[in-house]
Ligand binder design. Structure first.
Ligand SMILES: C[S@@+](CC[C@H](N)C(=O)[O-])C[C@H]1O[C@@H](n2cnc3c(N)ncnc32)[C@H](O)[C@@H]1O
Length: 349
């Protein structure tokens, strides 16, 4: 299927196994069409979560296809292990608890490289959002944690209670695009002076009071603050950059990279990465001739990101902000120098 010309065309994609009740993988048909799993192929799902995408890839890659399933969250890996134990999967799902930043190392170590496809479905799962004790949600009261891997790094409470107010405001502005970042940071500073802010409910209340309640708003006033803290707590933008670089290393020629992003900060990173990796030249625009010797390693499959259909958004509101970008690994031929050398190539812009 040509995703470039038929972004919504998903008819003819392989049969999709039913998801767990209450858990809906986003852009599932589009992702399957993008990865086009084949029997016997090797795929890496860097974000197993509830396993909806992994199970669909396994089904489409039968017989013989393998899925290496990563997740930083031990609960997601426990779900993956249950799925792997299902005889219908016949040893074809390999769960590994790891940060997807290290996907190239893990894929090589597990003997799965080169890969026919890599999927990253970014952000948090509905399981994590619905678990009060993980501290991701303002609608429950729980500890202010927000780590995907609860055994590594520092909980969000450390940032909320430890950062100087100017740094906290910068963080909320940069990662949450929160226009009232300064006012929120000042309110947090006042409140934490009384007692450390260690629960989601208290933080949500402090933010709501600082920005003036939720009357007339579509989203909770603490939405951007929670997003910013989650991104910073898990270094989400940094690990995404490392994962993209690693994916290009371990994809086989013709292998596909599919990334589902949920906000503009992560989508911008994916877009720029694919732009750069698919360009013939990455010289600064002021140079009259190309001197960079850059070789494209990816070809864009989606020129514009794919979005959920209105039907999917109605069935699963979480899909509203999802955008899928797809690229294909070029083979050695595409990377080989041209006869007339670097200057013979176009500027690629
Ligand atoms: C949106 S969910 C994936 C849902 C999944 N595609 C499905 O169909 O159920 C994202 C998952 O990625 C995991 N995750 C987020 N960042 C990660 C990282 N840097 N390394 C590994 N796993 C990560 C989260 O723990 C979560 O389980």
């Amino acid at each position: 299927m040509n995703l470039l010309t038929e972004p919504q065309a998903v008819l003819g994609s392989p049969p999709i196994p039913p998801p767990d009740p209450g858990h809906r993988p986003v852009l599932l048909a589009e992702t399957l069409a993008a990865l086009a799993p084949r029997p016997g192929g090797c795929y890496l799902d860097g974000t197993f979560g509830g396993g909806g995408h992994s199970r669909a890839i396994l089904a489409a890659a039968a017989p013989g296809g393998l899925v290496l399933a990563l997740d930083a969250d031990p609960e997601a890996i426990a779900r993956a292990e249950r799925t792997a134990a299902d005889p219908t999967n016949a040893g074809r799902l390999r769960p590994v608890r790891a940060n997807f930043a290290d996907l190239a190392v893990v894929a090589r170590r597990e003997g799965m490289a080169p890969l026919d496809g890599v999927l990253l479905d970014l952000g948090l799962s509905s399981f994590q959002l619905d678990a009060a004790q993980r501290g991701f949600a303002f609608r429950f009261d729980g500890p202010l944690d927000m780590r995907f891997d609860p055994d590594r790094g520092r909980p969000a409470a450390d940032l909320v209670n430890g950062l100087p107010p100017t740094e906290l405001a910068d963080l909320l502005f940069r990662y949450g695009e929160e226009p009232k970042a300064r006012r929120i940071a000042q309110a947090i500073e006042r409140e934490r002076g009384r007692a450390p802010i260690v629960s989601t409910a208290r933080l949500a209340e402090v933010v709501s009071r600082a920005v003036g309640g939720r009357r007339g708003r579509e989203t909770h006033p603490a939405t951007r603050t929670f997003q910013a803290l989650r991104i910073a707590t898990n270094d989400e933008l940094g690990v995404l950059e490392r994962a993209l670089a690693g994916a290009v290393e371990v994809l086989a020629p013709g292998g596909r990279l599919a990334v589902i992003a949920f906000h503009s900060l992560e989508d911008r990173i994916v877009k720029r990465f694919v732009e750069r990796e698919s360009a013939d030249c990455v010289c600064p625009p002021e140079l009259p001739v190309c001197v960079c010797d850059h070789r494209p390693r990816l070809a864009k499959v989606t020129r514009r990101p794919l979005k959920a259909t209105p039907e999917e958004v109605a069935a699963n509101p979480r899909s509203r902000s999802a955008v899928l970008r797809v690229a294909e690994r070029l083979g050695p031929a595409a990377e080989a120098p041209t006869d007339n050398g670097a200057t013979g190539r176009g500027r690629g812009r």
